[in-house]
Design a protein around this ligand. Sequence first.
Ligand code: HEM
Length: 73
Amino acid sequence: MTLSFETDVKPLFREGDRRAMRSFFDLWSHDDVSEHADAILGRLQRKDMPCDRAWPQEQVDLFRRWIESGKPN
Ligand code: HEM
């Protein structure tokens, strides 16, 4: 199954996440998330982002698979 940013990745980012991170990058933008993908994955894996609760492992894995499959839109 091919993962897409719009269908599979963007819905993982809550409105509050987007608001909190807007001064750094836009979590609802394919270009921004692609550009900062490694830094985002690092923080998700270290469980220090999002600041209020860590993602379940299957969501972190899905984000990593999206990166590995070339960050499709
Ligand atoms: C899935 C959601 C989130 C992701 C992927 C994420 C990712 C990141 C990343 C990659 C950075 C480093 C930015 C840089 O230095 O270029 C960062 C910094 C930061 N984030 Fe988030 N963030 C998320 C949600 C949140 C939330 C919900 C809050 C708080 C309400 C938050 C607060 C901060 C703060 C204060 C920093 C700057 C201090 C630091 O580097 O720890 N983030 N985040």
